[in-house]
Write a protein that binds this ligand. Sequence first.
Ligand code: HEC
Length: 478
Amino acid sequence: MAWLRPAGLVIVAGTVLAGALGAVGTARVTSAAASAYLASSAPVVAPPTHADHIAPILYANCVPCHRPGQSAPFSLLSYDDARRRGQTIADVTARRYMPPWHAARAAGFVELRDERRLGDADIALIKAWVAADMPPGDLARAPKPPSYPVGWQLGIPDLILSLPAPIAVPAEGRDLYRNVTLRVDLPIDRAITAIDYQPTARSVVHHALFFVEPADVVVTDADIVPGLGRVLLQGRGRSAGARLGVADDAWGGLGGWVPGVTPRFFPDGIAQPMPKHSNIVMQLHLHPSGREEREDGKLALYFAQTPPQKSLTGVQVPPAFGFAIGLDIPPGETRYLLRDTFALPVDVEAYGARGHAHHLAREMKMVATLPDGTTRGLLWIQNWDFSWQDSYYFKAPLRLPKGTRLDVEIVYDNSTDNPRNPSTPPVRVRWGRESEDEMGSLTLLVTAPSAEDGRTLREAQAQHFREQLARRLRRQRG
Ligand code: HEC
């Protein structure tokens, strides 16, 4: 079979801990306990305690990252850890800054899998605990901290890849972005069913994104999205758009690793192509931790035993991260709007979505309007943060019939109100690949019913891109 170029993403965070904690651990169980506690009509309710109420919440929602050796700057395993930070914990949970999760839960929007989100009752419980001066309760009776598997969580990988050389991360200074090529170069086509990454310097690895690139292509750190530059260059001339419009070609993304992620196999027999003579390019975002570190992690690949039944394809709106739409954001502009619409030419099953933009983007939204006029929200990120580039998977795959319209809106804030604005004072920002430039798109991860439908889908995207580019060129001339 003709395997498509690699597309959509792959591993995503699990509900923090479900497996490790069993019954006590999941956020939902905790929430029920919390609701019962808060709803109690007893005239005098004893304040919540760490042992009975707070520890289970922290274990289920925080310690996947807040424990020694993980990404977060401090542990929340013990009563003392939690007490020392009590007030801050109450603040960050009330603001929903922690646990980090950027997809909004809103009426009309699809429910997402593995949501990292505290229930209102849990937040209220933490608040009440802090207000009562953080009583420990009977610590001897507190639930045991969760244990985590050692080694690869998904079992023995088919291929383990090492960095060509360790990366030195200085104690201080700007964040580093490194595009590292991990040599694979297999003589035959394979398909990836899962990817896992084990960093060695967990406190500095902010995220890792994975891409498949032809083995003969050299990717440098200057590529803000590996593969995009090549695709843009090759997109010129006669084949313009033909390559670019293929959203996956402009992304090549296999997904990523972020702190707290639980590796997963793709659902539903999905596997992502790893064509022969290709390598994995890993983009590491490294954040100095205050002391010198060396990152020398390992990447694990799991291959399908049989050719994949289906692969995820990205429907990127606008295509090529908005290259053809163009962006020109005046300094001081607080709500610069990028909009694009794409009609699906075939039926698809949608599994999830992700966004990409740089630092000026504030909000992004993708909404589907079905041929019968009903709408389904697919993804709404109200506080975009470049540092947490998650992919979001739907609780259940969503059938979107041919003719469904995908509407995307991305709002950019190029004023001093935007704390993430890389320039003070703000400057004019246009489309570009450097992190001070902007780009933006949302990508819906779908499977098409047949290879033929897959081709139709990609050709429609290419056509959409060509029309966009032609309009932009006309605007520039006229
Ligand atoms: C997915 C990983 C992850 C999870 C889950 C997580 N945190 Fe964090 N947390 C971080 C990282 C990384 C930082 C440091 C960077 C930052 O502040 O964004 C942090 C920072 C914090 C801070 C310091 C914020 C500040 O302003 O100084 C607090 C307090 C905190 N987390 C509490 C919590 C609590 C409470 C939970 C659970 C309800 C939680 N975190 C869940 C990763 C996580």
